[in-house]
Design a protein around this ligand. Structure first.
Ligand code: WTA
Length: 634
């Protein structure tokens, strides 16, 4: 892999990547296995949006993750699986074993009618079979759509229907701490509303199993028993779709971000090697669930593309106690640890004694992802987990970017707490004001955009390219707009300040305010609602819902619980509001637009400085909301 080993290297690679992007990426791509070479490295336009990388080339991602390593490191561990129950046996899969399982499961997919281009939904707990499922899809050229197994049946059904999946891969149950999640029951409920699904293949993880639909459902193990061992990797065009991953935006329902085979592979592989400075034989642990982009790029594909040993953890940070992460680091001699600030903040609240109780001397590099890391959490992580020895790579990126975009390279970039620091080679960030004018010079603050394509960028939103154009390329024509605000300091270091659109980041999970509002509005007594984010000590942002009821509810607390149940039913528990305030009106302009700025301020606990409220239809509503807000945040 093309790797950066010093700051001088970084500067040179960066310069080369902007002077001659095609030559730069062609060289990076040459480290992978291609079944057919490309005839053009890059064709692109941001207006209208179209980007094509490595046109004409053919490859298979699973071949690059598995087959390519067999000769040199077939016996090396590819996946270490640490179960939820610390007493249960660990599973280890060598590259050869993973290769064999993926081949065989790829044949299961084929035996069940899956063909290149078909969409397969994966709704699974954090078990090695989830990784096998993803790689097997890639092997046969099926497009996987992994849905986090914390989303509700309705949210799952929406995603399955949007992608018209023909097959669902799932499991009987999932273990999360002391809770057991009835995954198959959620799938059953979802599939009642999914006419495209012909088949579900169900992994049995407990002796009890689960009820099976007589014609639709098949057991994973019985299907495997009937499948042949070898499945040659399907030749894929570089721009064939690899996967769809649903993520929330400012408006409407979550959209299916599409990544393609060639560019995604090159970008996930390149960034993993450089951002973590992975060394052969190291144990790398990313705590993200496979249901998120971090799980795709840095639990699975990035590490396997580099022949790394990746640790997959089934459980949660606080089970059986808040020392679990550190116990797992000690047990498996983890060298690189990658997690989200929300986990750090939550563990911080239990005190230093937990990390102090374990031998963390194997740790070499720490990573952070998903949301801005505040100074206090950064130092706690650095001092108590890294023991002052380990650099922290604060990685800024998005589902849409496919891989890390801005991050300090461990032991290469001089780090600065809370700064994602400098762009990786190939990445050209710019800050613009609200009119789209570039803000040059340092320091500067504005909306973060990218002015040049990179191989890992989204290609479209599934089934609706105009939505992709509208969401990312219309705000500032000619630029990809990230939705994030950002500051660049006097050293040219970037610090992401958070979303500037109607997306909130709750415990590192992206949630659209419109989605939560739509869910709340399903409650029969709700007339209208408005949802905003507010600063939350552990979650980063909390969800604050203002709700107008048709009649005053007899029991306000019970009504609030019903609202939470409604959101859990429509989206899932991760989107449950932290605060539900009953109001008799919303601050609207004469044209009917809700002034969210005011609602955000009230949610933040401000009591004055609401700015100009003279354009409001009824300015008195602000005082009433303010009065009602007192004491609600607890
Ligand atoms: C936020 C997660 C600050 C940001 C990989 C972005 C961050 C959104 C960071 C994408 C970071 C991610 N510092 N903010 N290091 N990393 N974000 O799609 O607001 O789940 O737009 O991808 O998370 O979230 P997503």
């Amino acid at each position: 892999m093309k790797t950066i080993r010093s700051y001088i290297d970084y500067l040179q690679h960066y310069q080369h990547s902007t002077d001659n992007p095609e030559a730069f990426w062609a060289e990076v791509a040459s480290h992978f296995r291609w079944q057919k070479p490309w005839h053009s490295v890059l064709q692109w336009s941001f207006n209208p949006y179209q980007v094509r990388w490595f046109e004409g080339a053919q490859l298979n991602l699973s071949e690059n993750c598995l087959d390519r390593h067999l000769a040199t490191q077939g016996e090396q561990t590819a996946i270490i699986w640490e179960p939820n129950d610390p007493q249960a046996p660990v599973r280890r899969l060598s590259y050869r074993e993973l290769y064999e399982q993926v081949n065989q499961f790829a044949n299961v997919l084929k035996n069940n009618g899956v063909r290149k281009g078909d969409r397969v939904c994966i709704y699974m707990p954090m078990v090695p079979e989830a990784a096998v499922a993803m790689l097997a899809c890639a092997r046969v050229g099926a497009i996987h759509s992994v849905v986090f197994a914390g989303f509700s049946a309705q949210a799952l059904a929406d995603r399955i229907n949007d992608a018209t999946c023909s097959l669902v891969l799932t499991a009987d149950v999932g273990q999360r701490g002391s809770k057991q999640l009835d995954i198959k029951a959620i799938v059953d409920e979802a599939l009642a509303a999914c006419p495209s699904v012909q088949r579900a293949i169900v992994l049995q993880t407990t002796p009890k199993g689960c009820p099976m639909h007589p014609t639709r459902d098949r057991w994973w193990h019985t299907e495997l028993a009937q499948a042949a061992a070898d499945c040659p990797p399907e030749p894929m065009e570089a721009e064939d779709m690899l996967f769809i991953l649903y993520t929330s935006g400012s408006t409407g329902k979550p959209k299916g971000v599409v990544h393609t085979c060639g560019g995604y592979m090159v970008y996930a592989g390149y960034t993993f090697a450089n951002v973590f400075q992975y060394q052969p034989a190291e144990v790398y642990w990313c705590t993200a669930d496979v249901g998120w982009i971090t799980g795709h790029s840095y639990l699975l594909y990035g590490p396997l593309l580099n022949g790394a040993t990746t640790l997959m953890f089934e459980g949660i940070p606080t089970y059986p106690d808040p020392g679990r992460f550190w116990q797992v680091c000690e047990k498996h001699r983890v060298n690189i640890f990658y997690t989200a600030p929300t986990a750090i903040r939550s563990l911080m609240s239990f005190g230093e004694k937990y990390p102090a109780a374990y031998d963390l001397s194997s740790l070499r590099v720490l990573g952070s992802v998903g949301e801005p890391i505040n100074e206090e959490a950064w130092h706690w992580y650095h001092d108590n987990v890294g023991r002052g020895r380990c650099p922290i790579t604060d990685t800024w990126w998005q589902t849409e970017t496919g891989g890390v975009m801005i991050a300090p390279l461990p032991r290469i970039t001089v780090q600065k707490p809370t700064f994602a620091t400098l762009p990786l080679p190939g990445i050209q960030p710019i800050l613009v004001d609200d009119k789209g004018h570039e803000i040059s010079g340092n320091p500067a603050e504005g909306n973060l955009c990218l002015k040049f394509p990179w191989p890992g960028m989204l290609r479209t939103t599934y089934g609706d390219h105009s939505r992709c154009q509208q969401n990312y390329f219309a705000t500032y024509p000619g630029l990809y707009f990230t939705g994030d605000g950002c500051r660049r300091d006097e050293d040219g270091y970037y610090r992401i300040t958070g979303r500037v659109d109607d997306v909130i980041n709750v415990s590192g999970h992206r949630i659209g305010t419109a989605e939560v509002e739509n869910a709340i509005n399903e409650h029969p007594m709700v007339v209208e609602s408005a949802v905003v984010g507010y600063p939350h000590d552990i979650k980063g942002q909390g969800i604050y819902a203002y709700v107008i009821c048709s009649d005053a509810p007899a029991d306000a607390d019970e009504f609030r619980r019903e609202v939470l149940r409604e959101v859990t039913r429509v989206i899932g528990p991760i989107a449950k509001p932290d605060v539900v305030q009953l109001v008799d009106g919303l601050p609207k302009t004469r044209s009917g637009k809700i002034m969210r700025r005011i609602l955000r301020k009230i949610a933040e606990g401000e009591t004055a400085n609401f700015g100009d409220t003279t354009t409001l239809l009824d300015p008195t509503v602000v005082d009433r909301i303010k009065a009602g807000a007192a004491g609600l945040r607890g």
